[in-house]
Design a protein around this ligand. Structure first.
Ligand SMILES: C[S@@+](CC[C@H](N)C(=O)[O-])C[C@H]1O[C@@H](n2cnc3c(N)ncnc32)[C@H](O)[C@@H]1O
Length: 237
């Protein structure tokens, strides 16, 4: 079975990132393909580009396992931006049910495929659509947010959540939309995020917990937890 994304997951499992084509090189090759006037099977190209993008947008497996372990007491987890399934698969491994949403049907197909490789498809309801539009109709115990960060630029300087979906009111509004479903929210964000933007999201008198996520020694991201996902005993809400 030759499937690029399955290979990616395999590489993550054995932590052999060395053998993955470096992102910049992959981007360069992709840009050369884009400019090409050779008629190549469109579906293959679509998958090719999806794979390149998914290489840098998927949550590393060990991090996704850890985040899922913090949500394992939950019956229903909503993964609002499931991509190719990095988090969804790990939630499904430890929770009763996962509702996994993505606006991009090609990403959903990859997620469905990857979930079947991991044997967890029966626990996942996949929905294609816009999280903002679907949110009022969703019910769940935990909402996990792993929105697009806008490409690799996030790594260069301090990241503001205002850069997330600016056309929808930014990352603060996204958080409020999620909180309309459940007070228990996990927000997966760039390591360069300004934590002083994340603390007030908890609301007055409440606390949030901001966790740094490492793969080996590499600081890859942060996850902010709200509601009963916060481990402190004196949490409110
Ligand atoms: C960073 S990726 C998620 C990666 C995922 N956590 C994983 O580990 O595979 C963000 C995803 O959000 C999706 N997306 C973008 N806008 C969306 C929207 N309005 N509603 C739902 N999904 C959206 C993109 O298609 C992309 O797959």
């Amino acid at each position: 079975m030759i499937d690029g994304f399955y290979i990616l997951f395999y590489l993550q499992r054995v932590e052999s990132w060395y053998s993955v084509t470096p992102e910049k090189v992959a981007q360069h090759i992709a840009s050369r393909c884009k400019a090409s006037d050779v008629v190549i099977d469109g579906f293959y190209i679509l998958f090719y580009f999806q794979r390149v993008e998914s290489w840098y947008s998927v949550t590393p497996e060990k991090v996704a396992q850890h985040i899922a372990s913090r949500c394992k007491a939950s019956d229903v987890v909503i993964d609002g931006f499931c991509g190719c399934g990095g988090n969804t698969i790990q939630f499904a491994a430890v929770c009763q049910k996962v509702i996994s949403i993505d606006i991009d049907p090609a990403k959903l197909r990859l997620a469905q495929h990857n979930a079947s490789v991991y044997g967890v498809s029966h626990k996942i309801q996949f929905i294609q659509g816009d999280f903002f539009a679907l949110a009022p109709s969703l019910q769940g115990d935990v909402v996990f947010l792993s929105p697009p960060w806008g490409g690799p630029e996030y790594a260069r300087s301090s990241f503001s959540i205002d850069n997330i979906f600016p056309e929808q009111g930014g990352g603060r509004r996204l958080f409020q939309v999620a909180r309309g479903i459940s007070p228990n929210v996990g927000y997966y964000l760039p390591r360069t995020s300004d934590v002083f933007e994340l603390i007030p999201l908890a609301g007055e008198g409440n606390v949030c917990e901001v966790e740094q996520n490492f793969v080996g020694r590499k600081f890859v991201a942060i996850t902010a937890y709200y509601g009963n996902l916060v481990r402190r005993k004196d949490r409110a809400s």
